[in-house]
Design a protein around this ligand. Structure first.
Ligand SMILES: [Zn+2]
Ligand SMILES: [Zn+2]
Length: 174
């Protein structure tokens, strides 16, 4: 199950809604990459943000926006690559420090490996995957996947202090 939370700028109130992990709708790789639910028990029509699940329509089409990334992924799947891992992740632009919540996945075949290379909508830099931790003083610490601390800025006012909104890391989503 995934988690969902909201972080806000301590100064201007800018908010970012973040989902991490895998929601119920996407819990089957068959549904995400092949458009086939794995069992009959699941109900596919609820809570998926972009509408109804359609048989034969992989969820990846809605989970990823970039057409070139989708084309590449489906071409690889067609040639036999298989999903190894996937889920919503938080990314940051190393240059302008904006956060983005995007769908990560890894496809693997005997000869190749593929992960989407997401780019910043504002400056085109390659985005890096990050995670957040709450510090004792309530501020949020940002950590790169190599465990280095990172910095970030509010896209509205440039402040560097973010907080979790009431509830913090609360709840499963979908
Ligand atoms: Zn702000
Ligand atoms: Zn950028």
């Amino acid at each position: 199950m995934g988690v969902m939370y909201v972080i806000k700028c301590a100064k201007c109130g800018y908010k970012l809604y973040v989902t991490e992990g895998v929601g119920m709708m996407a819990s089957s790789p068959n549904a995400v990459f092949y458009g086939k639910p794995s069992g009959n028990k699941q109900r596919w029509s609820v809570a998926f943000p972009d509408g109804l699940y359609e048989y034969g329509k992989p969820l990846l089409l809605d989970l990823v926006e970039s057409k070139s990334i989708k084309d590449r992924a489906f071409a690889l799947i067609k040639s036999g690559a298989e999903p190894e891992t996937y889920g919503h992740e938080l990314y940051i632009c190393p240059k302008c420090k904006r956060l983005a919540n995007l769908f990560y996945f890894k496809l693997k075949s005997p000869t190749q490996e593929y992960e989407p290379d997401y780019h910043c909508l504002h400056c085109q830099s390659s985005l890096l995957m990050v995670s957040l931790r709450e510090r004792k003083d309530g501020k949020i610490k940002l950590i790169y996947k190599d465990n280095q601390n990172g910095e970030w800025r509010c896209p509205e006012c440039g402040a560097e202090n973010f907080e979790f909104t009431e509830g913090g890391f609360a709840g499963d989503w979908d």
